[in-house]
Design a protein around this ligand. Structure first.
Ligand SMILES: [Zn+2]
Length: 327
């Protein structure tokens, strides 16, 4: 038994979890704290969450903890420093690894949160057995983690794997990153809400406006999902359009990197049944040489909202990879 703690830092909460790295899908102990809004307080919050878990692991006699992994929402350089983070105000440049390691007396690794989730899926989730796996997390925005030839791909500086900010329409809406028409303006939860508001403004989705209290501008992704569950035709059409945008971006990624498997994670994975077939159809229509290539499979990630913490723990104490499928 080799225990490790993974700490996943989200926009609103920090999840710390202890797992047995040889059987990481069961979270043994976990603790949540709110994400601080001021940068200098972030390291202290991570120490607090991890220490709670360490104390409970000790109280239950589960065994020694070998290391701590942290997943941060943004660009993390190879030294574990957060360099850009649109959703973690004040977190950029705040020391994380050193203070955490000093306070806990354990080795600490820091990586991007979606990289952590991708690693978790390859070691213990839907990516088991595949050597080339791209995870795209569809949530408020879009994150990504790419496993290439069995290794997490960091790029030259740690910043690889941000598919949400590939531009799919330069005349598209402004993105918080400063460019126009980024993929995450279309294929994220925010994008879903925007596609729905546009449909309602055209008069194509009367049921959606009613769900949002009669105000088409108040429509959010949650309203679209709820209406689609009630078989609202306008909402189902929005999901078809949404799936088309998902498939277009996936085709771009597959053209670049030729994976075995593309996994959809993040909050939208919970409603994948509403758009995944549309995404697969769009992908098949967009990817280069579709009729003549071995197609990448497009599937749903299986570790859910625990993936980031599990993957962070696995990165802290590397477990052997499961054997790759013969090829
Ligand atoms: Zn962008």
């Amino acid at each position: 038994v080799t225990l490790a703690i993974g700490v996943d830092v989200g926009g609103t909460k920090v999840l710390a979890a202890a797992v047995d790295t040889t059987d990481p899908t069961t979270i043994l102990v976990s603790h949540r704290v709110p994400t601080p809004t001021r940068g200098p307080e972030i390291a202290a919050a991570l120490v607090d969450a991890a220490r709670h878990v360490l104390d409970e692991v000790a109280a239950k006699g589960l065994g020694p903890v070998a290391g701590v992994g942290v997943g941060l929402p943004g660009l993390v350089d190879l030294d574990g420093m957060l360099r850009a983070a649109p959703n973690l105000h004040g977190g950029v440049g705040a020391p994380i690894r050193g203070p955490l390691s000093d306070a806990l007396g354990l080795p600490v690794v820091v990586d991007n949160d979606a990289n952590c989730a991708a690693w978790a899926e390859v070691v213990a989730g839907a990516g088991r057995g595949a050597s080339h796996v791209l995870l795209v997390t569809l949530g408020t925005g879009i994150g990504g983690g790419f496993v290439i030839d069995g290794r997490l791909h960091h790029g030259a500086h740690g910043f690889a794997g941000e598919p949400g900010h590939m531009v799919v329409d330069r005349a598209g809406p402004l993105c918080p990153c400063g460019r126009h028409g980024c993929w995450e303006r279309y294929a994220s939860g925010n994008g879903l809400g925007r596609l729905a508001r546009e449909a309602a403004a055209r008069g194509d989705a009367p049921g959606l406006a009613a769900l949002a209290g009669g105000d088409a501008e108040a429509i959010r992704g949650e309203h679209v999902a709820a209406a689609a569950r009630d078989a609202d035709a306008g909402a189902l059409a929005v999901f078809e359009e949404f799936g088309g945008w998902v498939g277009l971006g996936v085709a771009n990624l597959v053209n670049l990197l030729d994976p075995d498997l593309v996994l959809v994670g993040g909050g939208l994975a919970d409603v994948a049944d509403l758009f995944l077939e549309h995404a697969r159809a769009a992908f098949a229509g967009e990817v280069m040489g579709a009729a003549d290539r071995v197609p990448a499979r497009l599937e749903v990630a299986t570790l859910g909202s625990d993936a980031g913490a599990i993957g962070a723990a696995l990165l802290a104490v590397p477990a052997p990879l499961p054997p790759f499928a013969a090829r």
